[in-house]
Ligand binder design. Structure first.
Ligand SMILES: NC(=O)c1ccc[n+]([C@@H]2O[C@H](COP(=O)([O-])OP(=O)(O)OC[C@H]3O[C@@H](n4cnc5c(N)ncnc54)[C@H](O)[C@@H]3O)[C@@H](O)[C@H]2O)c1
Length: 378
């Protein structure tokens, strides 16, 4: 089905009026190139409250969002186990999909979704869109400009004591579908594949420092829960071009060191900013021997919703969007591959791939009105 508004701001609807919808609505309602028409949820009263909070004119059920005639992109902000079903319904309604991470919970479902979208002639875009922010995009442009020589390898570190000291309901973060692998890796793995291209194989080891943890805050403070997934994951990623990356993800470290991403080239090292934030200009540094040069970050520093906006402009311009569903599906394959490698003590081949995308232009301005009723621009 052809999108209903061929020119002008792109119509958007949201399904899932929970925690993260606040960030999306804050930003999307301030971008002139998109218009949020409706918010929906399994609980329409939650959708109504969220719509009222942000001055969105309509609210209702999932079906109401899918039936809205002015909605071209539907943003899926439901819980991970609902992502596949809801995104499939969006495609079936002839709308483009933007989905929060992970794209689905199984690689097979991701494949099915992408095939359905292609058959329907609609797009799939996927989080994280932090990697479209000024920090990571400036790092990617610096890499493409040849500042490092030939990129050869990378190292990422996310080390923390784990979230149970401050999160009032943390048990799920230590169980299947979460842990540092599924909760944290999307930011680091997406950054690495944007920098070095598709991954062809992974190996990994994982461990648990403790079998049980204790809730540290809120009404359940003092309650003990079981840890059922590895809380320390050390993975090796091999890229199609022969490069490799070492990835450490840990909830087992008494001290915190997060947001560490370095790419090592034949001439220099590039220290990326934290892939879980949009700006990070303080951490973007090129090291050549003892000499350190800071590169100022340029680009968009607004938060979640940036990927939806970039996709909206790409739809109007008829060009590929950057946060491709294929990339989100490839990152899911990498995470499942790491989990399998730990369980089987094996090297796991990754068969999915994606078409590489150019970094965002440095002058990408989320607040510019580029989509007029009469003309299309990017
Ligand atoms: N909370 C965060 O800080 C954060 C950060 C990054 C990414 N995310 C991602 O955002 C998504 C949502 O997270 P959240 O924290 O907002 O969750 P949440 O539980 O606060 O909200 C989810 C909402 O989706 C609704 N919902 C669930 N199943 C549905 C279905 N089948 N149909 C329609 N509505 C349904 C729920 O009623 C709820 O209102 C997740 O994919 C998560 O991985 C969250």
């Amino acid at each position: 089905m052809t999108p209903q508004s061929p020119t002008g701001p792109v119509g958007v609807g949201i399904i899932g009026a929970g925690t993260i919808s606040v960030q999306y609505l804050t930003h999307l309602t301030s971008f002139p190139d998109v218009t949020v028409h409706i918010v929906g949820d399994l609980f329409p009263e939650a959708a109504a409250a969220r719509a009222a909070e942000f001055g969105v004119p309509a609210s209702g059920s999932t079906e109401d969002v899918l039936a809205h005639p002015d909605v071209e992109i539907v943003i899926n902000l439901t819980i991970p186990t609902a992502h596949f079903e809801v995104s499939q319904a969006i495609v079936a309604a002839g709308k483009h999909v933007w989905t929060e991470k992970p794209i689905t919970t199984s690689p097979a479902d991701a494949k099915t979704l992408l095939a359905a979208a292609e058959a329907a002639g609609v797009r799939v875009g996927g989080a994280p869109d932090t990697v479209l922010g000024a920090g990571i995009q400036t790092a990617l442009r610096t890499l493409r400009d040849g500042a490092l020589g030939a990129p050869a390898s990378a190292l990422t570190l996310f080390q923390s004591p784990g979230p149970e000291s401050w999160h009032p309901n943390p048990a799920f973060l230590f169980q299947e579908g979460a842990g540092p692998l599924y909760d944290i890796a999307p930011y680091y793995a997406t950054t690495l594949v944007l920098a070095l291209g598709p991954v062809v194989s992974v190996s990994a080891v994982g461990s648990k420092a403790r079998e049980q943890r204790t809730i540290g805050s809120g009404p359940k403070a003092g309650e003990v829960f079981d840890v059922t997934v590895p809380t320390q994951v050390a993975a090796l990623l091999r890229f199609g071009s022969g490069q490799n990356a070492t990835v450490l993800l840990s909830f087992d470290s008494p001290n915190s060191r997060t947001g560490f991403v370095e790419v090592y080239g034949t001439e220099a090292t590039l220290a990326f900013p934290d892939p879980n934030v949009f700006d990070g200009d303080s951490a973007l540094t090129v090291y050549r021997g003892e000499e350190a040069t800071t590169v100022p970050a340029t680009g968009a520093t607004t938060g979640r919703g940036l990927g939806v906006l970039e996709m909206a402009r790409a739809i109007r311009a008829g060009v590929p969007h950057r946060a491709q569903g294929e990339i989100a599906a490839h990152v899911l394959d990498i995470m499942v591959g790491i989990e399998t490698a730990i369980a089987e003590n094996s090297i796991v081949e990754i068969s999915s791939t994606f078409t590489e995308v150019e970094p965002m232009p440095a002058d990408f301005d989320p607040f510019a009105a580029t989509l007029t009723e009469a003309s299309a621009a990017v």
